[in-house]
Design a protein around this ligand. Sequence first.
Ligand code: AMP
Length: 512
Amino acid sequence: MTWSYPADPSITSLPALARSRMQDGGKVFIRNGDGRSFSFDETWALAGRLAGALRAHGVGKGDRVAVQVDKSPEAVILFLACARAGAIFLPLNTAYTLNEVDYFVGDAEPRAIVAAPAKASDLAELGARHKVAATLSLGTTGDGTLMEAAAAQDEDFADAPTDWDDLVAILYTSGTTGRSKGAMLTHGNLASNALALIETWRFTERDVLIHALPVYHTHGLFTATDTLLLSGGTMLFRAKFDADEVMRLMPEATTMMGVPTFYTRLLQHPGLTREATAHMRVFISGSAPLLAETHREFEARTGHRIIERYGMTETNMNTSNPYDGDRIAGTVGLPLPGVALRIADPDTGKVLQQGEIGMIELKGPNVFRGYWRMPEKTASEFRADGYFITGDLGRIEPNGYVSIVGRGKDLVITGGFNVYPKEVETEIDAISGVVESAVIGLPHADFGEGVTAVVVARPGTVDEAAVLAALDGRLAKFKLPKRVLFVDDLPRNAMGKVQKNLLRERFNALYR
Ligand code: AMP
């Protein structure tokens, strides 16, 4: 299937599409951890009131609404409200400091800020400095000045006229180097992706999703929420991942979307068995690489083969292992319906042969409109024929499955040779006693960069000499780590991604 917009010409926005697909308005859309729940009709009505409150505060078409609040059903319904008001939702990680928020507000120039009650006065002051018209608060129990303003509004809200190509959200990428960039997403980007995922993962109104992801990031905000919204399923919201709690929810749930850390933590739970997961239809993983070993262990314990998929803030979801076909550990599967994927030479852009490693490039209705107020940066990340240069290196296997070998910026160049960290990590992870590893390049006088392995191992198992001995003969000499360092844990961000930049900073002087 290739994506086509709904035939009904009056449906030209994500909310309108959602409304047109709501079959049973009385059915629960979000059940929160505190027992509060919202049916589809209640969700729609609250979105209408919130949209009215935003409009009353001067928020109009194309205005940005910056939102830094803790996870709650209202936080997600606020996204729908912005979409109905024709505004652009701009979620901010709750971990961002005032200093960081200052940059985002200065860059995005929102019309309104919605803050967690505890931060509301600081953000109001910050907003006033940036001439933001209104700062409102939103708590996690339906409290806050935004909810008070919404209560005074009618639920019948006349949606702003919108087009599929209108912006509906700006998500700032985590950006490990340089300035954080605002990825501009349209109604069409989100709607097309949700429909592709519903088709690929077979979501229906009978699905109940365990939702323990944050809602400031594309995974919890769009991949999970839009898919359930458009399929008419139910989400069980939890403020954060807790293995005990997730195990308790499984008998009433059918699906879970998680980052790999969710799965490694579940594997540490003694209650994870075939019986405990018998009601589940599918487990889905993404946002960071799922170790092949985790995939296999999870299958051995539960009988479920986790579906690994690949996406990013700028493109929504791109590929997924199939629902019916083979779910292959260590791969991210096949392009989603409507998504074109190719592997190109990172320097020249020449499309490479199947099997060769290169830059993953993408085109499709899922791909964003560019970076907010960065036309040059945007232009440099697209090829002339419209393909987006993802920054991820990968290869297409003979069976068409895509494997990711790492971020382009993580590539190590040693003595003029390219070393793909994933290849070395896979060998190290297979050594008995090793829990996981991260391979980085560090400045080296002779080689330019020295291949360096940072390893987490079970106590008393392996040391540097043992790791090097195990790798000898398994990899070309130039790929072998010059040093093997041991740490208790690899640094990870909230989405489970290993922060190699922190490792590079920490060990920067190793070879000097
Ligand atoms: P974000 O924009 O925060 O969602 O990060 C997107 C990046 O996460 C991608 O460009 C990939 O580098 C990485 N990523 C997402 N899913 C996967 C996956 N299944 N395997 C490996 N890397 C992934």
